[in-house]
Design a protein around this ligand. Structure first.
Ligand SMILES: Cc1cc2nc3c(=O)[nH]c(=O)nc-3n(C[C@H](O)[C@H](O)[C@H](O)COP(=O)(O)OP(=O)(O)OC[C@H]3O[C@@H](n4cnc5c(N)ncnc54)[C@H](O)[C@@H]3O)c2cc1C
Length: 500
């Protein structure tokens, strides 16, 4: 208990308060230099020494884990040293989308350029920390814990056009908006996120979220409706049907998280014998990152939640509480066939198929061939993030057609690459910085534990030090603390300010 308190104090108070204070006061973050404990914790030397101390018996296994846990929290609050020298390159930069990628990009560009001329086009008044939707759905966060006014996040000096982009003319360097006419650019950042394609599920529309007890946390209102319904299901019991979708989608872990939290609610209430649960995935595997998949599959087995593969949600009959899936079956000789799976439910959590916003394809910015073409994802080079046809366009975030997992963790790692390459292009150079596909997905497996999956393009684990000191192929409580307490302030206070 004492350790938990000490740890929480370190986690919640010291670094965050100090960084927030420094940011608010516009002070330098010089305490994050190599002479301070946080920076030291980033170093491989610290890792080595800690391991040696444990081997030598100087610290116990328990102490080793406690130090690692505290260090994990501290390390995530570090900043990088991206802004040693500002570039004097000039050019009108238009950023489409003021989400995680767009705001983060504007903030970093402001720090990287001495004469920034940046316009963000985005219609939204509210900016949502979407990873928090899962925690609203799970009853951990309240509805107002996840948003800020967009106006408060706009970096100073950045022009905000509160409008929707309807078309881009990339050969003429023009962006067309719904109400503000045409805006010219020299360089463009394409970051409009995803479009939820409700037309691909029969029987339910966006306005009907929650109807017939069919829920989705992939929406702020939907997440709010999910929690009481999930709780009621866990109390009363019945049949719970959970699914993901067959398109590329944001945070592949989220539908699994809500499924596992539902089960854990029943565990806490002592009602697991009253519920029957089923998970249906559009993929051929529950999860496809080998370091983490075995434990995740084991958890589903332990909780008696069977998983059906290759299932596409086609329709929901909200009146009779039935969901219809098209399942692809592969015979031993490789022949494929499909069948319809009908799932009766008392509580359902579903995900809507996703694609790039329409204007991306209509503007000729999408892939035209390959697996990313069907849903219109932007034709970006997966390493440099530069558009394959138009080298004055950088694509990042969920809209980018790159084979990474669509997460804000991925955006965080894309941002410094995108900025370095854009600045280099503005200076007349080549885009040389390379993104390795890093993404992270904290899969909440129960209240108090998270399987923190961090990986790259090769689906190889990329565990951030000092979490690498723990066995991250298993769920850990320190990862829960990070998920619930640390990642949101990191997002709002550091990432969106271009500091991390
Ligand atoms: C339920 C859920 C759980 C998640 N969990 C996690 C998690 O645990 N960890 C994690 O790292 N990530 C998670 N994510 C994913 C993460 O939130 C996204 O990957 C991230 O927000 C992507 O940033 P983005 O800027 O590309 O898109 P967004 O943040 O969605 O921003 C896109 C912006 O573009 C604007 N826009 C759209 N169309 C237009 C247009 N035509 N003109 C102008 N502006 C436009 C929108 O208004 C929006 O502001 C989760 C997401 C969801 C929904």
């Amino acid at each position: 208990m004492r350790c938990a308190v000490i740890f929480l104090t370190i986690l919640l108070y010291i670094p965050h308060a100090r960084i927030t204070f420094a940011v608010r006061k516009r002070e330098s973050l010089s305490f994050l230099n190599s002479n301070n404990p946080i920076a030291i914790m980033f170093s491989p030397e610290f890792d080595k020494q800690l391991r040696q101390m444990e081997r030598d018996g100087v610290i116990s296994r328990k102490q080793f884990l406690q130090i690692s846990a505290a260090a994990a929290a501290l390390a995530t609050l570090g900043t990088d040293k991206a802004y040693a020298a500002k570039s004097s390159a000039r050019g009108r930069i238009v950023i489409i989308g003021g989400g995680a990628a767009g705001i983060g990009m504007a903030a970093r560009l402001k720090r990287a350029l001495s004469n920034p001329d940046i316009t963000i086009i985005d219609p939204s008044e509210k900016h949502f920390y979407q990873p928090g939707f899962t925690l609203i759905g799970g009853g951990v966060y309240g509805k107002d814990d996840v948003w800020r006014n967009q106006a408060d996040l706009m970096p100073e000096g950045v022009k905000w056009v509160k409008d929707v982009v309807t078309m881009v003319h990339p050969t003429q360097n023009k962006v067309v908006t719904a109400q503000n006419g045409t805006i010219d650019y020299d360089f463009m950042v394409l970051a409009p996120g995803v479009k939820y394609d409700w037309s691909r599920i029969e029987g339910i529309t966006y306005q009907q979220i929650g109807q017939g007890n069919a829920h989705t946390i992939y929406d702020w209102r939907g997440a709010q409706l999910t929690w009481p319904a999930m709780r009621e299901f866990a109390e009363k019991g019945g049949r719970g049907v959970f699914c993901d979708t067959y398109t590329k989608h944001k945070c592949g872990g989220a539908p699994k998280k809500i499924c596992l939290l539902t089960w854990d609610n029943a565990r806490k209430l002592g009602t697991t014998d009253r519920i029957e649960m089923q998970y249906l995935t559009g993929s051929s595997q529950l999860y496809n990152v080998p370091h983490f998949t075995p434990r995740l599959e084991e958890i589903y087995r332990e909780r008696n939640i069977p998983v059906e593969m290759q299932c596409k949600l086609k329709a929901i009959d909200t009146h009779d509480k039935k969901a219809y899936f098209e399942q692809t079956l592969t015979a031993a000789d490789g022949t494929k066939s499909t069948r319809t799976l009908k799932q009766e439910y008392d509580f359902m959590h579903f995900m809507v198929p996703q694609c790039a916003p329409d204007f991306v394809r209509e503007s000729g910015l999408s892939w035209t061939e390959g697996s990313l073409a069907a849903d219109g994802w932007a034709m970006a080079d997966q390493y440099t993030l530069v558009h394959k046809t138009y080298p004055n366009i950088i694509c990042l975030g969920d809209c980018a057609g790159i084979p990474t997992s669509k997460t804000s963790a991925a955006v965080r790692k894309q941002l410094p690459i995108a900025v370095a390459n854009l600045v280099s292009l503005m200076e007349g150079g080549a885009p040389e910085a390379r993104y390795n596909g890093y993404a992270a997905c904290p899969i909440v497996t129960e209240y108090g534990k998270v399987l923190m999956c961090e990986f790259d393009y090769e689906k190889k684990e990329q565990i951030t030090f000092p979490l690498s000191l723990l066995d991250m192929s298993k769920e850990q409580w320190v990862a829960w603390l990070l998920k619930v307490y640390a990642l949101k302030p990191i997002y709002f206070e550091l990432m969106l300010r271009g500091l991390y």
